[in-house]
Design a protein around this ligand. Structure first.
Ligand code: SAH
Length: 261
C-alpha cells in the first residue's frame, strides 16, 4: 500500500495546554477569532432540551471559532446539538466546558474542539455524503455529524453504550443515524465505501480495513499512537494509494478489538 506522508501542525508556535483526561487535544494553536462579534449560528434542533442551554452552547461555539474552527456547517451543528443531553445529569453543568467527560464503562465524551476539528477536517476538499464513525460512545459526535452529512453510520463495541446512544438519539428524534453494535476495527463492509471515516478511539496503527473502505477521494481521520497520540488524516488518492497527514497531538481512549456485551 503506497502511503505518502506529510506532517502539518508542528512547529507553528504551539501553546502547551496539558490535559490529563481523554479525547482531548494536548497542545492548542490559539488562533484569534475572526468573527468574535458575529452572532452564533441558529439552532437546527427545536426541542425543550435546547432552550436552557442555548447561551452556554453559543459561548462554546464562539470559543471553537476562536480556536480556529471556521466551517459554518460544523459550527451550526455544534450549536444545534444539546451536549448536556449526552452526559449524566450530575455532569450537565459542565457539558459546555472545553473538556472530555466520563460516560461510564471507562469511556469519555470527546472534547468539543476534538469533535469539531475531526468533522471539519473531513470536509476540507469535498463534502462527504456517506460517513462512518468508529466509537459511538454516548452518541454525541454522531448527532453532530447527522446535522452535517446526508448518511451517518456509527459503530460501538460496548453493548451498554450502544443501547444508551440509541435511546438518546431516539429521544432527540435523530433517527437518521444508523447505529451498529460491532467491532469498528473491521469497519462496516456491508455499507462501504464511505466518503469519510471518523475514528473516535486511538490504536497504535489505524486498522487497514478502514483504509480499504474509503471511496477514492474519501478522507479518514483518526488518532494514532500509544503513548503520544496524534490526529492523522488519510485521503484515498487511488485504488491502491493513500496520502497521510499528521495533525495535532491528542489523547483518546484506546481502540479495542472484539465486542463487550
Ligand atoms: N464518539 C464519542 C466518543 C466516544 S469514546 C463522542 O461522541 O464523544 C470512544 C468510543 O470508542 C468508546 O465508547 C469505545 O467503547 C469505542 N470503541 C473502542 N474501540 C472500538 C471498536 N473497535 N469498535 C467500536 N467502538 C470502539
Amino acid at each position: 500500500m503506497a502511503v505518502k506522508d506529510t506532517r502539518v501542525g508542528a512547529g507553528r508556535g504551539l501553546q502547551g495546554i496539558t490535559a490529563s483526561n481523554s479525547n482531548t487535544r494536548i497542545s492548542a494553536t490559539r488562533i484569534p477569532s475572526r468573527s468574535a462579534t458575529q452572532a452564533a449560528p441558529a439552532p437546527l434542533v427545536s426541542d425543550n432540551l435546547t432552550l436552557n442551554s442555548e447561551r452556554p452552547r453559543a459561548a462554546m461555539v464562539q470559543r471553537l471559532q476562536a480556536q480556529g474552527i471556521s466551517n459554518d456547517l460544523v459550527l451550526a451543528a455544534m450549536q444545534a446539538i444539546p451536549r448536556h443531553a449526552f452526559v449524566d445529569e450530575a455532569l450537565a453543568s459542565r457539558a459546555y466546558d472545553d473538556a472530555s467527560l466520563p460516560i461510564g464503562h471507562g469511556q469519555t465524551i470527546s472534547q468539543p474542539w476534538v469533535v469539531a476539528r475531526m468533522i471539519a477536517s473531513v470536509c476540507e476538499a469535498t463534502m462527504p455524503k456517506r460517513v462512518l464513525e468508529v466509537g459511538t460512545g454516548c452518541g454525541y459526535q454522531a448527532a453532530v455529524m447527522a446535522q452535517v452529512f446526508q448518511q451517518v453510520h456509527s459503530i460501538e463495541r460496548i453493548r451498554a453504550l450502544y443501547d444508551m446512544a440509541k435511546e438518546r438519539l431516539r429521544s432527540l428524534r435523530l433517527t437518521k443515524v444508523r447505529l451498529v453494535h460491532g467491532d469498528g476495527m473491521l469497519g462496516l463492509p456491508s455499507v462501504a465505501p464511505f466518503d469519510a471515516i471518523v475514528v473516535a478511539a486511538a490504536g497504535i496503527r489505524i486498522p487497514e480495513a478502514l483504509f480499504m473502505q474509503l471511496s477514492v477521494g474519501g478522507v479518514l481521520i483518526a488518532p494514532e499512537g500509544s503513548g503520544t497520540q496524534r490526529l492523522v488524516r488519510v485521503t484515498r488518492t487511488g485504488a491502491s494509494s493513500w496520502d497521510r497527514q499528521e495533525l495535532e497531538e491528542v489523547r483518546f481512549v484506546p481502540l479495542k478489538s472484539g465486542l463487550q456485551t
